[in-house]
Design a protein around this ligand. Sequence first.
Ligand code: ADP
Length: 152
Amino acid sequence: MAQIAVFPGSFDPITVGHVDLVHRALPLFDKVIIAVGVNTQKNSLFTLDQRLDWIKAVFADEPRVEVDYFENLTADFCRKIGAKYLLRGLRNASDFDYEKTISQLNAIIGDGLETIFLISQPAYSHISSTIVREIIKGGGDASPFIPPQVKI
Ligand code: ADP
């Protein structure tokens, strides 16, 4: 049976940190599904369609990466598509504190859904979509932090 990992997130927008994580996860799984969570509580800078289009463009040449979105619980999305693993990145201790709770909850409500964590490479650990959005809002150049397919 194919081992599928879901990489959930806001990807508002996708950064080079996200891209690195997916490339490092590909040897571990048959398929990685990048799933944009539609969060009604969070105001995104970019539309869902724009975020999906950018991710699809980044991984256009990688047949083992699929791009999708979900509106409710991550665990329900995983159950629906038959994925037993979640992929998440850890940049620092605050990522860890937050992710630990979420992964324990997902294991319960997702019937043993396992979260696989990859520690960020040092070159990417300072990069976040939040920082990229702040640079864009301030009129700066975010290109060192985003893949070339993300044209802002
Ligand atoms: P969320 O809104 O769920 O935090 P993000 O799109 O910000 O979604 O992040 C999705 C995942 O990618 C998270 O697990 C986050 O830790 C990870 N991630 C984000 N940036 C990096 C990075 N620079 N290096 C490694 N992992 C990262």
